[in-house]
Structure formats: C-alpha cells, structure tokens
Design a protein. Sequence first.
Length: 149
Amino acid sequence: LKNLLVGVVVIAVLALGTFLLIQSKNFKNNSEKKVSVSQNSNNVTDSNKSSSAEAVSELTITYTKDGFSPETAVIKANGKLTWMNSSDSEIQIGADPHPSHTGNREGTDESFVLTLGPGESKTVTLEKKGTFGYHNHLSPSNSVTIEVK
Ligand SMILES: [Cu+2]
C-alpha cells in the first residue's frame, strides 16, 4: 500500500510539474506575441507619421557609409537644414544635377559643393519653395530629395 501511495504522489508531482511547465511556456509565448504586436503597431504609427510628411522647421540629414538618411524630407520655407557627416570620409554635397550643380544652391551654402569632413556638420537656411535634389559629389548615386513648402 505504501508503494502505491508513493507511486500516486510521484505521478501527481510529475503531472503538476508538466502542467506548470506548459503554463510558463504559454505565458512566454503570449508575452513574446504581445511584444511583437506592439512593435508592429509602433511601426505602423511611425510609417503613418512619415507618409503624412509634416513639414518641419528644423531638419537634420545625416550621411553615413550607406548614404543620406532620410533620403526624402519635407521642410518649411525658411527652415533650417543641418547636414551631418557621420561617415568616416569626407563628403562634398552638391545640388542636382551632377556634375554641374545648377540646382538650388541654398542647400550647399551657395557653393559648388559643401565639403564636410568626418563628424562635421553645417546648417543652412532653405528659403525657396520647391523640390530639390542633392547628392554627394564624390559618390553621386547617394542622393537626397528635399521638399521646401
Ligand atoms: Cu556632383
């Protein structure tokens, strides 16, 4: 009879252990799902924000080894645009089209190119309304489009 009791207790403990294990797994899965769902909704919110494209009065465009970021932006007329070179090499920002740079040179401080060494930045004011392209003259496929409105 003792052996039978011990056997029942062992089975009960094993059953309880399995139950708790499954519970904790479900809990983990649920919390992971919740996290991914909330991340998705954040992404949706972010993309909604960028697609509505509110014009800002201060804009920073950062250059890394992958090019300009963001690659499109909207800024209010007379807004301040800051170019930031976060790459480890010199960049020369030029107004489109390359190589003549006859576009809107407000963005390049009225120069043929705006040269920025690694870690350097420069703020310019964009007064003229319209859509203007800029590129890295040393790597012309890296470009950015700025709408001034
Ligand atoms: Cu150029």
